[in-house]
Design a protein around this ligand. Structure first.
Ligand code: 13P
Length: 256
């Protein structure tokens, strides 16, 4: 079901003690805020070794949820160093980020592999946060919509309606990630509206309306409000600013 949502992707940052301190600060600061009808769900996505410990600090049954940054496509087996979706679920994860551009670029994860990972995550009861987004070259060549349409089709459209219901999409233009160069709220809105239109064609209008679509890429406490005010932007997938409790809390409060 579509909902306002802010997810913090810590990437490969902090150590365990710093991670626990950060999450305690965030939960304390957010608990002090009034919870209105627009108040978002919050997903914290720390590195694997912090998951269980961070999960213990998230108030149960509230708006905080635990997410991972990746999972393997197989259920179990001889895959040294890998982590399955079921393992994540067993330590309290409800979400898993899949298809992040850093995984696509540095770990050669392609659409075919990601389509399997999405299936594995759903089978284990996790909600995938599936990332799509174009490079600067693709944008400048005016191929953004075709490119993102392809990522959606190849990564997600093998799912049944019931499966697709549990997918969150994140639009993260690669040129905006970690660069301080945010997409304008209009650029974000245009792509989000395009994504929703593609979902309506692949599934149906209701499925498209029910899908949560996040923006990611240099989102911060200053620009979040304007981004989140766009009709098709339901929240954010936040990198750098999720590592600072005050900034992340400000972003969580940026829904009106
Ligand atoms: P930044 O917010 O640091 O640009 O990172 C965005 C991102 O990649 C979140 O997944």
């Amino acid at each position: 079901m579509r909902q306002n949502l802010v997810a913090g992707n810590w990437k490969m940052n902090l150590d365990y003690q710093a991670g626990l301190a950060l999450v305690s600060e965030i939960t304390n600061m957010v608990a002090d805020e009034a919870t209105g009808p627009q108040a978002p769900q919050v997903v914290i996505c720390p590195p694997f070794p912090f998951l269980a410990g961070v999960g213990k600090l998230l108030p149960a049954g509230g708006r905080f949820h635990l997410g991972a940054q990746n999972c393997h496509q197989q259920e179990s087996g001889p895959y040294t160093g890998e982590v399955s979706a079921r393992m994540l679920q067993s330590v309290g994860c409800e979400y898993v980020i899949l298809g992040h551009s850093e995984r696509r670029q540095y770990f050669r994860e392609d659409d075919a592999l990601l389509s399997q990972k999405v299936k594995a995550a759903l089978a284990a009861g996790l909600q995938p946060i599936f990332c799509v987004g174009e490079s600067l070259d693709t944008r400048e060549a005016d191929e953004t919509f075709d490119f993102i349409g392809g990522q959606l089709e190849n990564g997600l459209f093998h799912l049944s309606n019931e499966e697709f219901d549990r997918v969150v999409i994140a639009y993260e233009p690669i040129w905006a990630i970690g660069t301080g160069r945010t997409a304008t709220s209009q650029q974000a809105q245009d792509v989000h509206a395009f994504i929703r239109e593609r979902l309506a064609r692949a599934y149906d209008a209701q499925a498209a309306l029910n899908t949560t679509i996040l923006y990611g890429g240099s989102a911060n406490a200053q620009n979040a409000r304007e981004l989140f005010a766009q009709p098709d932007v339901d929240g954010g997938l936040i990198g750098g600013a999720s590592l600072k409790s005050r900034d992340f809390t400000e972003i969580i409060k940026s829904f009106s």
